[in-house]
Structures are given as C-alpha cells and as structure tokens.
Design a protein around this ligand. Structure first.
Ligand code: GLU
Length: 509
C-alpha cells in the first residue's frame, strides 16, 4: 500500500447539506489538497427509507459551488467504485457471513412485536437500558439461543432475519481520536447493532467500515455525532482482521448557534434571518424552498474562508485566507477541541472583504443577472461597471447591489421625510435652480467638473456646502446615504441629472 493520504466525504442523501457537513467536507478537502492525497465522494444511501429525491445532486452541486472538489467517487469516477453504496449491495454480505463464522455476529429472527415485548418487559422490570444486548440476547430468537437445526430450518424456509453484531460482554474498547485523544467505551454499554438488514442491505456501520477499508481510507474526518458509533467500527475492524488498517479518527466538535446554545439549526437560522444551507434547497415532498448562502448574496470564497475558521485556526492572527493559503496552512494539529459558535457578522465581514478583492469586471458577471432579474434596464456594461465601482466598498452582500443600485436606474419616487424637512426649505429650491444652470454650462460631464461648478456656486452665493450638497443628494436619490452626489450625477449623466433636479424644483413640496 502506498502511504498516500486517502480521505472521503460520505454523506447520506437524506436532504440538503447542512453547513456543518460542508465544513466536514472542507477539512477533508484541504487536507487532501495539502498532502496530494485522494479525496473520495461516497454516497451512503443504504437506508432507503430516508432517501430523499434530489439530495445527491444537491450535495454535489452545493459542494462544487463552495469550491470543494473530489478526485474520486460519485461524479468523478475511480478504481474503487461503484461509490454509491446501494450499488455495492452485493459486496457486504460476505463480511456479515465472515463475522457470523467467527462468532462475532449472529442471525436474529425476532419480529417487531417480539422486540416491542422485550422492551416492555425490561421497562416493567425497572430497567433503564432497553437495548438488545448481551443481557437479553440469550432469551431472544437468534442463532445464539436457538438450536442449530432450528436456525438452519428458519434460514432454509426464508424466515425474515437480520444479522447483529455480537458485542463482547465485558471489554474496554479504546480508540485514539486526534482531537479527543484516547476515548474509552465499555462494551456492556453498547448494543448488538444490526449490521445487515432483512432486505440484504447493510446498515451504515457495516457499509461504512467495509468501504473505508476497501477504499484504503487513512483518515476519517467527520462530525462528533459519530463518536458513539466508533467503538462498534473499531470492533468491526478487529473482528474482520483489519485492525492494522484502521484509519485515524478525527471527530470535529459541533458548530453552535450564534448564542452558543445548542447545535446550529435551521430553525435558529430562520429565526435570526440566515440560511444554514450552501445553496437553495427545494423540498421535493412539501415543495418548500429554503434559501442558501448563494441566493442570500454570499461569495463561495468568503464562505470557504469562514467555515475553515469554524473549528480550526492557523495559530496566528491571520484571518483572510484564500483557498491556496488555507491549503498551505491547514493542519490537523490545530483543530479546535471545543465547539465554535456560528457568527454571522464574521461571515458578513469576510463577504465584504472578498467583494472588495474582486475586480469590477468579475463583479459584473455576478451581479448583472440579478439586476436584470430585478427589472433594471442596464444601458451598457460600462455604465454598470461605473455603478459597481461606486458601490463595491459599500456592500456586504452581492444582493445589496440590487437595493443600492436602484437610484442609478430609476429616479427616486419617494424622499426621506426627515431629510426633506431639514434640507428642502428656505432658499434650497432657488439654490437648486442656480446649481442646475451652472451644471448646464459644463462641457465635459464628469464628477470633478460638477464639483468645481458646485464650489463656484458656493462662493457666488456665499453659502456653506451643506446648503446645496444635502438638497442635491436629496433630489438625486431621495436618501441620506449612498455614494457621493457628484459621482452619482456623473454616472447617470447630464440629461437624467437635470431632469431629476427639474422635477424636484417643480414638484417637490
Ligand atoms: N453517512 C454518514 C453521514 O451521513 C457518514 C458518517 C461518516 O463520515 O462516517 O454523515
């Protein structure tokens, strides 16, 4: 075996990918890139009851949008395929059989009613542990309790059964986790998990271990919700004789809600007004649509940078890191060992920085379709480039361009009341008329010349700046904030500027 690092991201297609899953995929991706390793996308779809139409496609395109790519697996090909577990179904059975032969697993024929009855009995006896385990397996219907003949008969007659792991009764199961160090479980706390189901499909546990082994996975980086499954996985490696090929385990701590309470959830995101999915997801059953970070105006580069720091840090103060830099600095030794709060302000800050780092031309490609969809009539790309240049430093989200650029495409139809009260009074109307005349004389319509004309007028009329500038902003935009008035006038052009001024002089009460 080569000593190449082999990583995998192994989602189940049960719905859209939560931001926690994206972070898991990202850490695998960064490590694979850093080490020149293989990075596999494996779809774990053995639980047909939880299968959701469209989820696999969603996962692939959402990760691609973030910039996470695989060099092996579903959609990428490779020698160890197929990479969709449902298509590997026939491969798992032999390992379940091998476990039975070595007395590490057994057939269990219990009906759902019998399982219910077992739990009721345990409850009645005051037990809080209702698991199918070493304590009860002896009185259930399985190949450990029934005679060889009966088992053979049941199997021959096609009695439904599952294959269960025979968890040892009294054993300490330890494994090393890069973040948690040594983790210890007592086997008597663990149940006899189902490995192979009645329909011949493996469960997550068996399929996951068999595939990690056969695909040569060297490092398992996954969420901490899988810590409790790991002792079973360790037992599987041992019982199958694969102990020497056991991967390094790295269980990432949770991402918490912004207030630090509880796992970051869609419900909390909805409440606080932000998404928890990378891209929009349409639920195939209910038809409900949940917006994603993409639709909300985030750049994938910003999301990647932000997520990288949600559980890892480079060990210095560096924060703004594009992909190449993340790859360069990423280090498993610097993963956080406690949960991190999801801080949307931080993500917004990153987004702002990444928007500023883009050229106007790059932003045009991203923004133009949105503005067109919003119904704005864009006279030319060069016009739009000017608009973007003026707004680039002022927006946080790409979607902010829609609201903030409106004034370039349409004359204001409403005027900020407070501003009007304060600045559209006394001689304001007359000064505006004088300003309009002065502007008419300008030959080369550009911001600098407009400003010069304005300064001349200040001297002539012996008034302070605010007496003209604030009313000018009001008549051009209707709003107190935004880019400078002369910059706006320069972009919208002579005709439009004069028309907005004329309109205000005549109609603005
Ligand atoms: N299929 C599991 C999931 O949905 C994979 C867990 C693992 O990485 O082992 O997250």
């Amino acid at each position: 075996m080569s000593d190449k690092i082999v990583l995998r991201f192994a989602p189940s297609p049960t719905g859209p990918l939560h931001i926690g899953g994206v972070r898991t995929a990202l850490y695998n991706y960064l490590l694979a890139k850093k080490t020149g390793g293989r990075f596999i996308l494996r779809i774990e779809d053995t639980d047909q009851n939880r299968y959701v139409e469209g989820a696999e496609e969603y996962i692939i395109q959402a990760l691609r949008w973030v910039g996470i790519e695989f060099n092996e697996g579903v959609g990428a090909g490779g020698e160890k395929g197929p990479y969709r577990q449902s298509e590997r179904k026939s491969m798992y059975r032999q390992f379940a059989d091998q476990l039975i032969a070595s007395d590490n697993a057994y057939y269990a024929f219990d009906t759902p009613e019998e399982l219910d009855a077992m739990r009721e009995e345990l409850k009645a006896a005051g037990s809080s542990n209702l698991q199918y385990n070493f304590a009860v397996r002896g009185r259930m219907k399985n190949s450990l309790s029934l005679s060889k003949e009966e088992v053979a008969e049941r199997l021959a007659s096609g009695d439904p059964y599952v294959i269960r792991m025979k968890m040892p009764r009294k054993e300490e199961i330890r494994f090393h986790d890069m973040i948690r160090k040594w983790v210890v479980f007592q086997s008597n706390q663990l149940d006899d998990k189902i490995l192979l189901k009645g329909d011949g499909m493996p469960t997550y546990h068996l399929a996951n271990v068999v595939d990690d082994y056969h695909m040569g996975v060297t490092h398992v980086i996954r969420g901490e919700e899988w810590v409790s499954s790991t002792p079973l996985h360790v037992m599987l490696y041992r019982s199958l004789g694969w102990e020497n090929s056991m991967p390094v385990f790295i269980h990432l701590p949770l991402i918490l809600n912004p207030n630090g309470k509880g796992k970051m959830s869609k419900r909390q995101g909805d409440k606080l007004g932000f998404s928890v999915f990378p891209t929009q997801w349409k639920d195939p059953k209910t038809g409900d649509t949940s917006s994603g970070f993409r639709e909300d105006g985030y750049l994938p580069e910003a999301l990647m940078n932000f997520l990288a720091l949600l559980g890892w840090n480079p060990g210095n103060e560096e924060e703004l890191m594009e992909e190449d830099r993340l790859v360069e600095l990423f280090d498993l030794e610097k993963l956080n060992n406690s949960a991190t709060n999801f801080n949307i302000e931080k993500l917004n800050w990153f987004n702002q920085q990444y928007i500023r780092m883009k050229t106007e031309e790059e932003l045009l490609v991203l923004v133009k379709p949105e503005l067109e969809a919003a119904g704005y009539r864009i006279p030319s790309d060069s016009f739009l480039l000017e608009v973007i240049r003026l707004l680039k430093e002022r927006v946080t989200l790409l979607t902010d361009f829609i609201g903030q650029s409106k004034l370039f495409f349409e004359a204001p139809t409403s005027f900020n009341e407070k501003m009007k009260k304060k600045h559209w009074k006394g001689e304001a109307r007359d000064l505006m008329a004088a300003m309009k005349d002065k502007f008419s004389a300008i030959k080369d319509w550009k911001a600098e010349n407009l400003k010069n004309a304005f300064e001349e007028l200040l001297v002539e009329k012996e008034v302070g700046k605010g007496k003209i500038l604030a009313p000018l902003r009001l008549v051009l935009t209707g709003e107190p904030s935004g880019p400078g008035a002369f910059d706006i006038a320069a972009v919208i052009g002579r005709e439009e500027t004069q028309s907005r001024m004329a309109h205000a002089i005549e109609h603005l009460a």
